[in-house]
Design a protein around this ligand. Structure first.
Ligand SMILES: [Zn+2]
Ligand SMILES: [Zn+2]
Length: 295
């Protein structure tokens, strides 16, 4: 004979069908209508970076890093979706180190939100620049801040997404490149092609145990432009198609994609390698980075 509790469970599931397990907290809460796979409670706890405090690295709190004397950052800016709180660290750990690939579509979608904010920001800057060029000799900040780009108008778009590569050792450990999976989502949603323009030149030990200067030194030569002929051919085709659309007057906009921005040493090294690759192809590049979390 079945126990009373199992009967009650069944009766309850007939009245209210059981909710799927939340990808973040594992409980069966009410599903979020906006973010697939998580519950409304977890949705309300996401520490979004809506307005970055540091315009360069996209950090949500005061940032001493960007004012240090490491020379100018070789990227226009970094933007991250969320602040790296202990909850977000736990989620990233599940995804990256415990190989929970089911998180990839959701985290990718969250990264896409950061893309959207970057797009809006850059579009506004473009528009402000154009307005200033036509109507004003001097910047006119009050008017500028009220300008908003309408959907469907000349929205800023990136030309290429480049995921930060992982070493062969890491790849065989994890079975997937976590940055590439995130970039897949943005690429698909925005129609921006993804190209593996970078490779790891050597395996670097875990960065999380190192000091800032150690990381910077360690990372400096960790990446190089990909010399794979198929990849270079795709890049050349892309550059040709730009030329046929008269887009070659402006720099090639490349976004480096990674899961987390900590000291910026990885992004800095990747941007350096990309600039070198572009120079060798006689093409000027403007480099940005998009990361899921900002610590
Ligand atoms: Zn939850
Ligand atoms: Zn900063």
């Amino acid at each position: 004979m079945r126990s009373l509790t199992s009967w009650m469970k069944q009766a309850r599931s007939l009245i209210a069908p059981s909710q799927p397990e939340c990808l973040f907290c594992g409980r069966r809460g009410r599903p979020s209508p906006e973010w697939p796979g998580i519950c409304v409670h977890c949705q309300s706890g996401i520490p979004w970076i809506r307005v970055p405090r540091c315009q360069i690295c996209g950090r949500h709190v005061g940032c001493p890093d960007c004012s240090r004397s490491h020379g100018p950052l070789p990227i226009r800016c970094n933007r991250s979706a969320v602040a790296y709180t202990s909850d977000m660290r736990e989620i990233l750990g599940q995804y990256k180190y415990r190989g929970n690939e089911r998180l990839a579509p959701l985290l990718g979608l969250m990264l896409d939100r950061a893309y959207e904010l970057l797009q809006q920001e850059q579009s506004n800057q473009q528009l402000n620049g154009a307005q200033q060029g036509v109507f004003f000799n001097k910047p006119f900040p009050v008017f500028q801040s009220k300008l908003r780009v309408r959907v469907g108008s000349n929205l800023w778009q990136a030309d290429l997404l480049v995921p930060v590569p992982v070493s062969a050792v890491r790849l065989s450990e994890r079975g997937f490149n976590q940055a590439e999976r995130l970039a897949d989502v943005v690429s698909l949603r925005r129609g921006v092609p993804q190209l593996p323009l970078l490779v790891r030149t050597h395996h670097t030990a875990k960065q999380s145990f190192k000091s800032r200067s150690e990381r910077l030194a360690d990372m400096k030569y960790a990446f190089a432009g990909n010399t794979d002929s198929a990849v270079l051919q795709s890049l050349n085709e892309h550059l040709h198609s730009r030329a046929s659309h008269q887009l070659e007057q402006r720099p090639l906009r490349i976004i480096i994609v990674d899961d987390i921005y900590t000291t910026g040493s990885t992004i800095r090294a990747c941007a350096g390698a990309l600039q070198q690759l572009c120079r060798s192809l006689d093409c000027t590049a403007e480099i940005y980075s998009l990361t899921w979390a900002r610590s």
